[in-house]
Write a protein that binds this ligand. Structure first.
Ligand SMILES: *[C@@H]1O[C@H](CO)[C@@H](O)[C@H](O)[C@H]1NC(C)=O
Ligand SMILES: *[C@@H]1O[C@H](CO)[C@@H](O)[C@H](O)[C@H]1NC(C)=O
Ligand SMILES: *[C@@H]1O[C@H](CO)[C@@H](O)[C@H](O)[C@H]1NC(C)=O
Ligand SMILES: *[C@@H]1O[C@H](CO)[C@@H](O)[C@H](O)[C@H]1NC(C)=O
Length: 503
């Protein structure tokens, strides 16, 4: 028994020693049991790495060149990271021996070209943030397993589709932040799911460019020079971003086929119209801020949950515009010139929680707003008075913003009015600090509604005196309160459950 234990101990020790000897870790490197090596502050490719290493992370070193002979012995590599190293050249076929390599990260270097002769096993290639000016002919040949190609933030000026068309398995292609001015051919990438071409200089696409993309669900084209929605967008799209282009209209002709589209964003274009006949049956999010719309788009989709038409030139909002939007939750209309918001215009939108109407020309709170509202923003309008009846329906309202209007008074806001109110913003109004208004303030404070402390303290010159002045003013009004205060006025609300209106 004793002998057996000793032999066992000895063999364990020996085994440990052998492991340590065969797994020497090069200087300035950290090696772990999962066959992963990471090195720091190197001036050249490290030597002495064990041959069975699977993951090599050389990010943030100083390596000007990657040569075949540096790395050819490491044939088990599956993942290589040589990012932020100042690499200028990767020798052709340098990684040819890495038959198991799945992921290569060369981003944030100084490469002028995509390395040639990459192993066919590659699934992910990141060469973003380099100095690549073009895609060489047949540079991707043989990469039959590549699923993700990241070329963003290079200096590519011309996109020739056939260079990419050998990548039959490609699912994600990022070309944002280049200087692409011309796009040629048809992109024959049947598996492509995501195409991102933001922040280039693309004025238009050839008519058949998108046709072969039978799996595309996400298309991002923001920050280009498009003057119209590209033709023949794949009907598989569910997300389309056209922000910051020069598009003037959304037309049925170009978009009618997008029956699976759920999110469309065309912010900061030059939109003057959205086709009345445009039907996008699955659209839930529509973002059109910063355009020149005079009329709210209507009848687009019965599933719409978020409509953002901030910063347009909309003047009126009527039931006719909104009647089909039964699922609407968020309606953003700030910074328009809305002077007429028809009474009960939102009566079909019984799920709406957020209504933003700040920076418009409203002279009163719209009548008949839905009970579901949690947040109502009316900052910067021309509201002169608030009527009790306008607030009656708002049983769930938590936040009311009335900043910078023309209010001089408020109705008494007892518990039966706005029972869930938590915060009311009131500064920037020409308040008449009468006993009535101090009474409203007192009620709101007793209800623990958050209100600006300064309300009706403006006449106090010493900041430290504000509370005393408030109390004095209250003293003056005490008699008035005795006569008018209803019993329930100082009752406190229960703590309401928190409702996250941003979700
Ligand atoms: C639309 O989406 C549904 C559900 O995700 C999917 O089954 C269908 O194939 C899609 N249709 C098209 C044309 O992409
Ligand atoms: C889109 O809407 C159609 C009917 O309008 C429906 O058949 C289809 O499943 C929807 N697609 C998605 C992704 O919801
Ligand atoms: C309102 O819109 C105008 C014009 O679109 C813009 O210049 C301005 O910055 C916007 N103001 C706010 C407060 O968003
Ligand atoms: C301020 O309110 C008091 C009491 O309601 C009223 O008598 C007075 O005329 C108002 N002053 C102004 C300037 O509106």
């Amino acid at each position: 028994m004793m002998w057996f234990l000793m032999i066992l101990l000895a063999s364990i020790t020996l085994h440990t020693l052998v492991c340590i000897c065969s797994n020497v870790c090069p200087k300035k490197c950290v090696c772990d049991s999962a066959k992963s090596v990471q090195c720091f502050r190197l001036q050249s490719f490290p030597t002495g790495i064990t041959k069975d290493v699977r993951k090599l992370n050389l990010g943030y070193n100083h390596i000007k060149q990657l040569k075949g002979r540096d790395i050819s012995g490491l044939t088990e590599l599956e993942e290589v990271i040589i990012s932020s190293c100042g690499v200028e050249v990767v020798e052709a076929n340098a990684l040819r021996a890495q038959g198991l390599l799945r992921s290569l990260d060369l981003q944030k270097n100084k490469l002028h070209q995509i390395p040639r002769g990459l192993p066919p096993s590659l699934e992910t290639l990141n060469v973003g943030h380099n100095r690549i000016t073009g895609l060489q002919e047949s540079v991707f040949e043989g990469l039959k397993k590549l699923r993700l190609l990241d070329l963003q933030n290079n200096q590519i000026t011309n996109l020739r589709s056939n260079t990419l068309s050998t990548l039959k398995k490609l699912e994600c292609l990022y070309l944002d932040g280049n200087q692409i001015e011309t796009v040629q051919g048809a992109l024959r990438l049947p598996q492509l799911n995501l195409l991102s071409l933001g922040n280039n200089k693309i004025p238009c696409f050839p008519s058949s460019f998108f046709t072969p993309l039978q799996s595309l669900t996400t298309l991002r084209l923001p920050g280009n020079l498009l003057s119209r929605v590209p033709l023949d967008l794949p009907h598989t799209l569910s997300y389309l971003n056209l922000d910051r282009n020069q598009i003037r209209a959304l037309r049925n002709r170009e978009m009618g086929q997008l029956r699976n589209l759920t999110s469309l964003s065309a912010s900061y274009n030059r939109l003057v119209s959205v086709d009345g006949g445009l039907r996008l049956p699955n659209l839930t999010v529509l973002e059109l801020p910063g355009n020149q719309l005079r009329v709210l788009p209507s009848r687009l989709s019965p599933k719409l949950e978020k409509l953002d038409c901030r910063q347009n030139s909309i003047q009126e909002v009527t039931f006719q515009h909104l009647s089909g939007m039964k699922q609407l939750k968020h309606l953003f209309l700030e910074n328009n010139t809305i002077w007429n918001f028809e009474a009960n215009a939102l009566r079909n939108s019984v799920h709406i929680t957020n209504l933003a109407l700040e920076q418009n020309l409203l002279s009163s709170i719209p009548d008949g707003l839905p009970e579901s509202l949690i947040r109502l923003d009316l900052k910067g309008n021309r509201i002169e008075a608030v009527q009790e009846q306008e607030l009656r329906s708002l049983k769930r309202l938590q936040v009311l913003n009335l900043r910078r209007n023309k209010l001089t008074s408020l109705p008494q806001i007892t518990l039966d009015l706005l029972p869930r109110l938590r915060t009311v913003y009131l500064d920037g109004n020409p308040w008449n600090c009468s006993c009535e208004l101090l009474g409203v303030k007192r009620t709101l404070l007793a209800r623990r509604v958050e209100i600006p402390k300064e309300l009706c303290n403006e006449h106090v010159s010493e900041p430290g005196d504000s509370w005393r002045a408030y109390l004095m003013a209250q003293d003056r009004c005490e008699e008035y309160f005795m006569e008018t205060a209803p019993e329930d006025q100082v009752e406190q609300t229960d703590t309401e459950e928190y409702y996250d209106y941003d979700s």
